[in-house]
Design a protein around this ligand. Structure first.
Ligand SMILES: [Zn+2]
Length: 198
């Protein structure tokens, strides 16, 4: 989900499988594709968020107002609460959007499909937001995909860097700032622009 690059040989196999498929298979493929397309459209996904939010409201109606107050207070203190206000769904919508794949590809092309953490070539790469998507969304008060579209910070190639999976994992484990300090070197001035702000 986090932006794997499909190796050309795998892609070729996929294309070949589609061309070589029997008519019935091709029809099935077409159908499932149209379903997938419908489900991946931002409008439909937004509807899903709204539906989920509506659902939550409905659940709340089962409780007396006093209980609701207690629940919301309890929830505020409960960081492990499963409901995140649709944030992870919005992240998913953004990452699955065509706008995001354009951003991702732009980052990969600029980085020559090389991991900027370890220099590995020909490996699965992920485009990493240097200033995290979560922070950008929070700072700009973005809660819907429609609001995310005009937010240039999300789609700025300069805020992205190509990383292989092990290097990407390090950003999660050790924290982005530490990681970028580690990989920034005087020999690699290019990296200065990837240094996190603040
Ligand atoms: Zn790497």
């Amino acid at each position: 989900m986090k932006g794997y690059v499909i190796p050309p040989e795998v892609l070729a196999k996929m294309v070949k499988a589609r061309i070589g498929g029997k008519r019935s298979d091709a029809t099935k493929l077409k159908m499932s594709e149209s379903i997938r397309k419908t489900l991946s459209s931002p409008e439909v996904k937004q509807k899903m968020i709204n539906a989920q939010m509506g659902n939550k409201k409905w659940l709340g109606k089962k409780h007396k107002s006093e209980t609701i107050l207690k629940m919301s207070e309890a929830q505020r203190g409960d960081k492990g609460s499963r409901w995140d206000g649709g944030k992870s769904l919005l992240h998913h919508i953004i990452r699955e959007s065509s706008k995001y794949s354009i951003w991702r590809n732009g980052v990969f092309v600029r980085d020559n499909y090389v991991c900027k953490g370890c220099g590995a070539k020909g490996v699965y790469l992920q485009a990493h937001h240097i200033k995290s998507l979560a922070i950008i969304l929070k700072e700009n008060d973005i809660t819907t995909f429609e609001q995310a579209i005009p937010c240039s910070e999300i789609w700025d190639n300069d805020n992205g860097v190509s990383l292989c999976i092990p290097c990407h994992k390090k950003t999660d484990t050790y924290g982005v700032k530490k990681f970028y300090q580690k990989i920034s070197s005087p020999q690699d001035k290019e990296f200065d622009k990837f240094a996190p702000v603040g």
